[in-house]
Structures are given as structure tokens and as C-alpha cells.
Design a binder for this molecule. Structure first.
Ligand code: SF4
Length: 350
């Protein structure tokens, strides 16, 4: 069992609280580009090291290791310093990167909270989530932060059992330095608990394995799209009002919806290629090995292109289409390198 990743990631709670199927169905298994996530992990590590420096340990060795990472960029220093200053402004020592056991609220739920700080004199609990991405995240009604608030409160109460819960202020904050976005929500203990009560039916659906699918804006980020009939129906069911011709506003409205189809089709194609590569049969489709062609001597090709009034930025395939096979071979055949490319999904004939 992978103990570092929750089956119910708190960061996706906005989706699984709406759609139980998004965590109950098997993921589609399409490999995703994790560069942004890895960059975020590195930035989080730098934040942690800066915040935990003290007179005994300046964490410089570990920071240098981070700086040697291929994903490291100079600008990370500025953004993590901004976060450092924000956290150091609290009137309490921050507790950073705390693993919170949230199984009391939902079996199997846990998460890592970037920063917890209890300001005793104000009776205020601060919960901060550092986000390194560009997609704006709001703190208001954010279930990830509210789950962290529940867990952080339990965590703090262990050492401070006398905290006055009737008057406590619980402030959750999203800190997104790359888009200069800092957003907070302040709750009372009562409000936090009544929110938790309100989501109990959604949690029950998951814990009792009710594979209910509910489409909505959250589908965009779901890794179960390929097998989800509801999502695909929803995308193809575009709004058409005018019998004769769509207005520009209607086209824009349809575009908004249909543009999600493009990434979905790409994922479907990748999925089918993977299935065929693994030996499965996919009715009506097969794989075709497509060779990729490139120039071996661009200067020579540019010279020939000039002499024959061709655009010299043409790829070998474009040049062959333009000149025809025979002339292409005569003029440029010696400057082409053929390498096996990735397999392509093609329709079977007949
Ligand atoms: S694509 Fe949407 S409806 Fe389908 S499982 Fe995912 S979140 Fe649910």
C-alpha cells in the first residue's frame, strides 16, 4: 500500500465530495506530465527548509541539494521568501509539513498541512496551504483547507487542551505567490463543525462504495474521464437554441464546453494505443509504426531550397508532398534520416 498518497487526496476533495465515482472507479492509467507537480514539491521543500532553519542548523546543505535539482529556478528563492515572510508574521512558531491523520472524519483520509500556527493571545488558529501552480485557488468553502482545519485543531488541542473552542477563530489561507494571490477564510468552531456535518452524506456514499457519477466543473481534472459515460455525454450535449444558425454568443458558449473534448480525445488515443501495445484487441483499430524523417544537413537543404524556390523551413514530408516522390529523391533524398517514431492508432480497413 502506498502510504504517502491518500486514496482520497484532500486536494481533490472538491471533486470527490461531489462525485464519489471519481475516487471509487479505477483511474484511467494515462501517464500525465508531472513536471508542474514535481516543481511544486521542490518549492514546498525549500519553504520547509527556510522555515525550519535555526541557530543549530541553517539547512544550507539541504537547500543546496534543492538548488542542484534540474527543476530549480532562481525565482523560487523570491517566491519561497515571500511565503517565509508571511508565515513569520504570525505571532506563534509555525508547525510545518505536518502529517494530519483525518481518519476520524473519513476512514483512510490523511494529508500534509503546509503550516499550522496557533496564536494563543488572539485564540486564533492559522492554517496555510502553499500552492506553486498558476491556477487560482480560493480559500472560501475550500474542503481541503477545512479538512486540514479539523485535523490541525485536533493536533493543537493535544498540547493545549484548555483552548476556548467557543471563541476560537480558525483562519485558513491559500498562499499562491506566482500569481500574487493570497486568500483567507475565517470560521468559528461551530461553523467548521456544521460544514463537516453537511458533508457526511457525501462521505457515506464513498465509504459505502456507492459509485454515483455527478458531472460538473470538477470533471475537467478527473483521471476517470476515459471510462466515464456521463462526462462524455455531458460534453457532447451542447446547447443549441437557434434552429437555423447559431449566434456568436451561442458559438462561444458551445466552444467553452467543447474545448474540453480536445484533451479528452488525446487521452483516449493514448489509452487505446497503450491497450493495443499491451496485447488487447480494440475493435476497428490497429497500431501502425510511423517513421519520423529529419534533415541530416540543414545548410545543404537550405541551399537546394533556395535554388528551387522552396520554403526552407519545410520538413522532409512537406517537401516530398510539394515536389513529388521522384524529384524529392533526386534533390533531397541524400539529406534525409529516417528513424522509427511512436506507434500511431489507425482505423482498420474493411
Ligand atoms: S469525469 Fe466527472 S462524472 Fe465522471 S467520474 Fe470523473 S468527476 Fe465523476
Amino acid at each position: 500500500m502506498d502510504v504517502t498518497h491518500s486514496n482520497y487526496p484532500p486536494s481533490s476533495a472538491f471533486r470527490w465530495l461531489k462525485c464519489p465515482a471519481s475516487v471509487l472507479l479505477e483511474p484511467d492509467g494515462i501517464e500525465r506530465d508531472t513536471t508542474a507537480a514535481d516543481e511544486g514539491t521542490l518549492a514546498h521543500r525549500i519553504c520547509e527548509l527556510k522555515l525550519t532553519r535555526d541557530v543549530w542548523n541553517d539547512n544550507e546543505e539541504e537547500l543546496e541539494e534543492c538548488r542542484a535539482n534540474l527543476l530549480y529556478k532562481e525565482e523560487m528563492e523570491f517566491y519561497t521568501d515571500e511565503y517565509y515572510k508571511f508565515i513569520k508574521n504570525f505571532d506563534a512558531d509555525p508547525i510545518v509539513e505536518t502529517k494530519l491523520n483525518l481518519s476520524k472524519y473519513m476512514p483512510g483520509l490523511f494529508g500534509t498541512c503546509d503550516c499550522i500556527a496557533y496564536e494563543a493571545y488572539r485564540n486564533e488558529l492559522q492554517i496555510v496551504d502553499f500552492k506553486y501552480g498558476f491556477g487560482k485557488v480560493e480559500a472560501r468553502e475550500n474542503p481541503q483547507l477545512r479538512f486540514y482545519a479539523l485535523g490541525a485543531l485536533d493536533y493543537i488541542l493535544k498540547n493545549n487542551p484548555d483552548i476556548n473552542l467557543k471563541d476560537i477563530r480558525i483562519t485558513t489561507t491559500i498562499f499562491q505567490p506566482r500569481i500574487h494571490h493570497v486568500d483567507s477564510e475565517t470560521l468559528t468552531y461551530q461553523k467548521l463543525n456544521s460544514w463537516y456535518k453537511s458533508i457526511k452524506p457525501a462521505i457515506k456514499k464513498i465509504t459505502t462504495q456507492q459509485v454515483e457519477r455527478n458531472t460538473g466543473s470538477w470533471c475537467k481534472w478527473c483521471d476517470r474521464q476515459i471510462h466515464c459515460k456521463e462526462y462524455q455525454e455531458e460534453l457532447s450535449n451542447v446547447y443549441i437554441n437557434d434552429f437555423f444558425s447559431l449566434s456568436d454568443d451561442e458559438i462561444a458558449q458551445n466552444y467553452e464546453k467543447l474545448k474540453e473534448i480536445e484533451p479528452l480525445i488525446k487521452k483516449m488515443r493514448e489509452y487505446l494505443v497503450k491497450q493495443l501495445q499491451n496485447g488487447s484487441t480494440v475493435k476497428g483499430y490497429k497500431l501502425q509504426q510511423v517513421n519520423s524523417k529529419s534533415w541530416t544537413d540543414k545548410d545543404a537543404v537550405t541551399q537546394i531550397a533556395k535554388e528551387h524556390e522552396l520554403v526552407n523551413t519545410m520538413s522532409p514530408s512537406q517537401a516530398q508532398r510539394k515536389l513529388g516522390k521522384k524529384q524529392f529523391e533526386e534533390l533531397l533524398g541524400d539529406y534525409v534520416e529516417i528513424k522509427p517514431g511512436s506507434p500511431k492508432l489507425v482505423k482498420e480497413k474493411g
